[in-house]
Design a protein around this ligand. Structure first.
Ligand code: GDP
Length: 301
């Protein structure tokens, strides 16, 4: 199966992704056998509030890459979808125009109840797509704060979208998201109120990124195509600034931390707090001592 994946067989990739998504020991060993073959792909995160135009813009972005004869894969994380696995694209109506293009690979997966965080299998799935030879992987998620931050951690370039008409436009970007952006997109620039959002964003960035490097702001219209070339260039120049070795090392770090975090959360859920609470209530333990004791139990697991 791995051999076929490495040879570029999309059906083999799809099967590997299913194994990885199910987790467990077979996923673990499959992930390990893929590891020597990774490191070429660039991961581009696309996040932003629902309705900002992510699916529409991604579809137009894919078309722009295809005009340059670039191949592209999409891993779309759908926290609302209870179905995972082969839920290929059916629900992603705005990307269906690429469904028959063999140079576009699209897979949508559920984030599967990790308290709004990312499924721990996602870094391994990115590795599989990378090993299968896809040079660009778009990682898309709808705007729920935790998934967005996790996507930003995994992506080599993080594109954050907003658009006019989403209520209080800057507020629609949850706290902390602005800071994760390498490229900030004001989509729906065909609307007259788009420039106001752009000005708001400029001010917000000026206030917040005194220390770090500022994200680039790009105005796009997914419907008219305006700004798409600028977006392609902005993403490419940010991507080129990230060296391959640091990409792979970073993804591995995030992968391991994800596993630690989810194992930790799983053991937290198994703790019986009633007895501990009762003892704290009776004054036998301070909350701090209780926490230390519980930590001991968790790390002994
Ligand atoms: P998502 O929820 O972020 O994936 O947003 P969608 O791609 O589903 O788009 C939400 C709505 O905005 C749809 O009705 C799109 O047709 C519309 N839309 C997307 N991009 C643009 C744009 O650039 N301009 C305008 N006027 N509408 C857009």
């Amino acid at each position: 199966l791995i051999g076929r994946l490495l040879a570029g067989d999309p059906a083999a990739l799809a099967r590997v992704l299913t194994v990885l998504e199910s987790g467990g020991s077979s996923a673990d060993s499959m992930g390990a056998s893929l590891r020597p073959h990774i490191g070429r792909a660039r991961v581009i995160g696309f996040t932003g509030p629902p309705g900002a135009g992510k699916s529409t813009l991604i579809s137009v972005y894919i078309a722009a890459l295809r005009r340059r004869e670039q191949r592209v894969a999409v891993l779309a994380i759908d926290p609302s979808s209870p179905i995972s696995g082969g839920a290929l694209l059916g629900d992603r109506t705005r990307m269906t125009s690429h469904a028959t293009d063999h140079h576009v690979f699209i897979r949508s997966i559920a984030s599967a109840g990790h308290r709004g965080g990312l499924a721990p299998s996602i870094p391994a799935m990115l590795n599989a797509i990378d090993a299968a030879g896809w040079p660009t992987i778009i990682l898309e998620t709808v705007g729920t704060g935790q998934t967005e931050v996790a996507v930003a951690e995994l992506a080599d370039v993080n594109v954050v979208l907003t658009a006019p008409g989403l209520g209080d436009d800057i507020q629609a970007l949850k706290a902390g998201i602005l800071e994760t952006a390498d490229v900030l997109v004001v989509n729906k620039s065909d609307r007259p109120d788009a420039d106001q959002v752009r000005q708001q964003l400029k001010r917000a960035i000026a206030l917040r990124s005194v220390h770090g490097s500022s994200p680039r702001i790009v105005a796009t219209s997914a419907t008219t195509g305006a700004g798409i070339e600028e977006l392609v260039h902005a993403i490419a120049s940010k991507a080129e600034a990230v060296p391959i070795e640091s990409r792979t090392a970073h993804r591995l770090q995030v992968e391991i931390l994800h596993l630690v975090r989810s194992a930790f959360e799983a053991s937290l859920e198994q703790l019986d707090l009633d007895d501990t609470c009762a003892r704290v209530g009776k004054g036998e333990l301070t909350p701090h001592e209780a926490a230390e004791a519980l930590l001991g139990i968790v790390s002994g697991n």
